[in-house]
Design a protein around this ligand. Structure first.
Ligand SMILES: O=C(O)CCC(=O)C(=O)O
Length: 321
């Protein structure tokens, strides 16, 4: 208590002596002005006063920096708002931050690859050797033959599965107005079926609900070509939507490569090598037809998709290691 009183006293005293010094200085400067002596101190004091009054003047160079900053902001804000597949983190960073800190790739993963192969009846050993972990994208044409998913999976089927549930782990609205899967399943049937005059839509989500996952797996199998030692993640990824729409160009930040089965509709994939390999590797495109499975390391290849069929596209996929 005594200590606080002491501090208060000393701060009041120093404020008083500062005030006295200011008054003395003004007095001296006044006297100097009276006798016409323009001292350096006097000049400095005026310059200081002028400086304080000066207004900020927006010049050409300021406009240039403002334009650069605005462009950077728009680019990163847009990119940051775009969804990409990621592992769940405690603190989720915008996708732009992930992309900036992405470790550089070894371009041997894409060197010499001219196109996405389409293969049939591929032996798992050969698949492992050529495609499973090499980074070379491939489409397998005969891996959904006995699946019931292409017939069963539809907007109405997913709607009935998710009725009253909040079971999606990650939801990607892309360009739609939807904020959740619940909102998607509330759209009108005519829009869901993309009848004439209705608004197009494209969305994606991951399912981590055990029960729903088990129901989904009643209708598809682990693709036969995956190596015996490979484990498929329990998280299913579903992408669904209308002609002309798809995912923007991006790279993912997930653990493993993925497979994705085209159950309905046709989807064009545009693949770009990582930025650091642009001069050594090729950009490629491939259209995945109903019944085909694309296998892609989405962590290494930048990818963009577009539905090219009139029919609504439905896909299911997962990561494997
Ligand atoms: O299937 C799509 O349209 C997008 C898929 C995608 O971006 C992904 O799997 O990371």
């Amino acid at each position: 208590m005594a200590d606080r009183g002491e501090k208060l006293r000393s701060s009041t005293e120093s404020r008083r002596s500062l005030e006295n010094a200011r008054k003395d200085l003004i007095g001296i400067l006044g006297e100097l002005e009276k006798i016409g002596l323009a001292t350096r101190a006097n000049l400095h004091l005026r310059a200081y006063t002028r400086l304080r009054k000066a207004k900020f003047c927006f010049k050409k160079k300021h406009a240039f920096f403002a334009a650069v900053l605005t462009m950077l902001f728009i680019r990163y804000a847009k990119d940051g708002l775009m969804p990409t597949r990621r592992e769940k983190c405690i603190i989720d960073m915008p996708s732009s931050v992930h992309q900036v800190f992405r470790p550089p790739q070894d371009c041997s993963m894409c060197l010499g690859i001219q196109q996405v192969d389409k293969v049939t009846k591929i032996d798992p050993a050969l698949f492992e050797l050529r495609y499973a972990y090499s980074g070379q994208p491939v489409v397998v044409t005969d891996a959904t033959t006995n699946w019931t998913a292409p017939k069963v999976f539809s907007f109405a089927f997913f709607k009935s599965l998710y009725e009253g549930q909040e079971a999606d782990c990650q939801f990607f609205p892309y360009k739609t107005e939807f904020k959740s899967l619940r909102e998607v399943f509330n759209m009108s049937t005519s829009r869901a079926l993309q009848l004439a005059g209705t608004k197009p839509w494209y969305i994606g989500w991951s399912n981590c609900d055990g029960e729903i996952g088990a129901t989904l797996r009643e209708h598809y199998d682990i693709p036969y070509f995956l190596p015996d030692t490979a484990e498929t993640e329990k998280t299913d990824w579903i992408f669904m939507g209308s002609s002309g729409y798809g995912a923007h160009m991006h790279v993912d930040d997930v653990k493993h490569p993925s497979w994705q089965a085209q159950l309905k509709g046709e989807k064009l994939w545009i693949l770009e090598p990582p930025r650091e390999c642009h001069y050594t590797c090729n950009r490629m495109t491939v259209t995945v037809e109903p019944g085909e499975i694309i296998v892609l390391d989405t962590n290494r290849w930048y990818h963009q998709t577009r539905i090219v069929s009139e029919e609504v596209s439905i896909t299911i996929g997962a990561e494997y290691d």
